[in-house]
Structures are given as C-alpha cells and as structure tokens.
Design a protein around this ligand. Structure first.
Ligand code: BGP
Length: 472
C-alpha cells in the first residue's frame, strides 16, 4: 500500500538506543556483584567473554554524556539482577543500588528517559543451581527483585520492560547460554520454565501498577513476521503454526493471559503441556501490559515439513530457525540481502511485523532492538565510516514511518546498540554501536570511545524528529 501523504513521527517519539547489563558493563565481580549465568557461559574460543565488556560500569558518565550529545530522548538498558541480589534472593547489595541510582540520575540530568529491562538473560547463577526457571521459587525471587527495583527507582523510571526475549530463551537457550547445558532441557522442561516466566512477568506487571501508578510496563520478546516459502496451502499453514509458537504464544499470554490454541495443541502433541496450578491463569489475566516492546532483526521463512524427516536443530545462517518435523521447516529467503554475519536484512518485514502486532493487540508499540551487527574499521584520525549501518537504520526508520501512516501506534525506536558491546555469542568484533569502543576480542587497548559516522547521522535524525534521514 502506498500513502499519498506520509504521517510524521509523533511529537514525543522516544528516539533512543539500547544495551544490556552483561554485554556493556564489565566489572563482573566488583562491588559485591554475584555470578550470573552469563558469567559462567562457555564462550567459543575465538571470542571474548563479558568480564570487561565495554567497561560501562566505570565509564557510564562519559557514555551518558555522549548519549546526550547524540540527542537521545531515551536509553534502554537492563539492570543486573546479581548486582542487586548477588544470590538472586536474600541480602540486598547496596552498592548495586547505588550504581543504578547514579546511572539513572545521570540520564535524568540530560533529560534522557530511562527504559529499564528488569531481566535480560542474566539469571543469578545461584538460582540456576537450584533449578533456574524450572524451580517455581524463581517466580517469587523475580517478584521480590522487581519489587526492590520499583521501590528504589520507581520515582524516576517510568518505562519498565519485564523479560527480554523470553521466546528466544525458550527456543534457543543453549545457544544463548541461558539454560544449564548439563540438564536435559526437554520441551516439557522448557515450556514449564516458560510458564514460570509468564507468572513472574504477570506478577511484576501487577506490582508495578500498584507501586508506581504513573509508570508503564510491558513484555519485550523478539517478534518477526513469518513468511511461507510458497503459496502452497501447506506452506502457509506451516508459517501460521511457526508464528503461533514463536511469536503469539508469548504475547497472547502477556496481553490476554491465555495460551493460544495452536500452541496448546502443539504442547499436547509433544507431551509438553506445562503444569498449571490453581490460580495461575487468573494471575496471567489480571496482569495488563501498557505497551508491547519488541526486538526486531529479521523475518523468517518456513514451509511444511514431513513428520518423517529427521529432527535437526537448524540454524539458517545463524538466524535461529528450527526445523520441527511435522510442523515447519526453515528456509533462506532468496529475496533478501544478508549481513556479514549471515542475518537476513528485511526492513519491509518490520512494517509487516508492526502491522501484525497492531492488529492483534491494539497496544502502543516500542521497538527496543534493531540494528546491524558487523565489522567496523577504525581509520586514521579516529574515523569510522559506517555508511552501511546508516543505510540499514535509514531503511528501517522509513518503514517505521510507513507503519505509522498505516495507523500503527509506534511510540519509540531504540536501535541496538547505543555503544559497541559484546555480542551474546559472537564477541566484540560483531559491532552494533553508534559509538566505537577501542578494544579487540582479547586486547583491551585503551577502551576509548569514538563516535562513528552513524552517531552524527542519528543525531540529525533525532533533531529533525525523523524528517531528515539523508546521509551527508
Ligand atoms: C538479541 C539480544 C541482545 C543482543 C542481540 C544481537 O537477541 O536481546 O542481547 O545480543 O540479540 O544478537 P547477537 O549479540 O547475537 O548479535
């Protein structure tokens, strides 16, 4: 559909950028912080771990000053659970509270809206050792942790995200390092974990509304439209099945407080229906998100799959599409270009995804991740000419504006990432940031910050409220 007149971005649009604690902070064992599952994650030999990351814990003032210079209206970051509760529960670590107070105050000083993710992959290792999300006690630990955050930061933080990419943790937990690889991680176990996360999320949403009436809270899954590989009805049906399991399962539970029927029949067929206790569904129903935050990198393409095909976990060019014999099978999309790391690039798919979300849930939408992970070159004179990143972001922002013209209530765009950080499983060489961090995988160099060309471009985009996307 082509619009005669394209609508402008709303006046108070949240032009932002994102990070997560374990990927940017470093200081993995300082000031009383406990171990998280990401600290014990077994990294591939050729990539760095998260111990120093971008050293944001020590350099946050300098970083926030740069965010302000870029003109960010919002900064989406996560709180490290084990800085607040080193063991997940028990004694509060005051130094952890102090750090986030300093960070939030610094952001407020520059009128940058903090958008806080309560939990971004880094479950306390002490809880993992007690069964992690398989253990129902983790639900209470999460609620208690969320309560502490609302008590301490609720006066200044008005946008909260519950759980980052619950769907990716359930579908690809071993790749992301969030589940205990020594456990069996059967589907039954994983969907039980997912049920516990739904409960934890619902309890946090209810609590947030009680404790901070003027705050908004929502889930933050990874959502993307799913294309059928052909118009063959079986392929279209497979795309619907995959979308019901990958996307809508997580949002239907968060928004409507129910399991969708396709997901439920998949559970029955696979013997993995979660154990639901009396009162659980009432809690899910009572919790109402104020908006949907979501991460978008690419669409996926699937087709029908024969039940007799061999089971295999497929990673279509690292894009994480599963083959599920009898349900769906992942394909590459021949119409799309790819990044240097093999991720398909699909700006139009973002418009499609926004439309689907809008039609299904009728809630304000906030993009909390979208960006290009690739190699950057530091040139003579501290210059990084990342025109490819500008091109990527420009095309996605254009589609956001078209989606707004389609009637979507999009309230903000927070690309990944505000500053270079360590990729979840592919090291620091896979860079996403507007700001370069001078380090390599294993050589920490001087960690100095250098604005990239995209920094100045995004500054202009924000200053013009999305009207000027030109690259010059
Ligand atoms: C999302 C995560 C982020 C980030 C991003 C990019 O799934 O929420 O934490 O890692 O993907 O992925 P990667 O780091 O693998 O390139």
């Amino acid at each position: 559909m082509q619009h005669g007149r394209i609508k402008p971005f709303p006046k108070h649009f949240l032009w932002g950028a994102s990070t997560s604690a374990y990927q940017v902070e470093g200081a993995w064992n300082e000031d009383g912080k406990g171990l998280s599952v990401m600290d014990v994650f077994q990294h591939p030999k050729d990539v760095t771990d998260f111990k120093v990351a971008s050293d944001h814990y020590h350099r946050y003032k300098e970083d926030v000053a740069l965010f302000a210079e870029m003109g960010l209206k919002a900064y989406r970051f996560s709180i490290s659970w084990t800085r607040i509760y080193p063991n997940g529960v028990g004694e509060i670590n005051q130094k952890g509270i102090d750090f986030y107070n300093r960070l939030i105050n610094e952001l407020r000083k520059y009128k940058i809206e903090p958008i806080v993710t309560i939990y971004h992959f880094d479950l306390p290792y002490a809880l993992q050792k007690k069964g992690g999300w398989s253990n129902r006690e983790t639900v209470d630990a999460f609620e208690n942790y969320a309560k502490t955050l609302f008590e301490n930061f609720g006066d200044r933080v008005k946008y909260w995200l519950t759980i980052n990419e619950q769907n990716m943790m359930i579908l690809f937990g071993e790749v992301l390092g969030v589940v205990d690889r020594s456990m069996k991680n059967t589907k039954k176990e994983l969907y039980q974990q997912s049920h516990h996360m739904f409960l934890a999320q619902a309890k946090a949403m209810i609590l947030c509304h009680k404790m901070i009436p003027d705050a908004k809270i929502g889930p933050a899954p990874n959502i993307s439209s799913i294309y059928p590989i052909s118009p063959k009805p079986e392929d279209v049906l497979a795309a619907h099945t995959f979308s019901s399991l990958r996307n809508w399962l997580y949002l239907d539970a968060a928004v409507f407080g129910r399991y969708n029927s396709v997901a439920w029949s998949y559970f029955e067929k696979n013997g993995c229906t979660p154990m639901i206790q009396d009162g659980d569904m009432e809690i899910l129903k009572e919790a109402k998100p104020d908006f949907i935050a979501f991460n978008y990198y690419n669409t996926m393409t699937v087709g029908a799959s024969n039940p007799s095909e061999a089971t295999k976990n497929k990673n279509v060019d690292q894009q994480m599409v599963l083959d599920e014999p009898g349900f769906y099978k992942g394909y590459e999309n021949p119409n799309l270009d790819k990044t240097a790391f093999g991720w398909e690039i699909d700006p139009v798919g973002l418009r499609m995804t926004l439309r689907e979300l809008n039609e299904r849930y009728h809630l304000p939408l906030l993009i909390t991740e979208n960006g290009l992970g690739t190699y950057d070159t530091l040139e003579e004179g501290d210059v990084i000419n990342d025109d490819y990143r500008i091109e990527y972001l420009k095309k996605h922002i254009e589609q956001c504006q078209l989606a707004i013209s389609d009637g979507v209530n999009l309230i903000g765009y927070c690309p990944w990432s505000a500053i270079d950080l360590v990729s979840t499983h592919q090291g620091i060489s896979k860079r996403y940031g507007f700001i370069y961090v001078n380090r390599d995988e294993f050589d920490l160099k001087d960690l100095r910050r250098i604005p990239k060309k995209s920094f100045y471009w995004y500054k202009k985009v924000i200053a013009s409220n999305g009207e000027d996307l030109s690259n010059n």
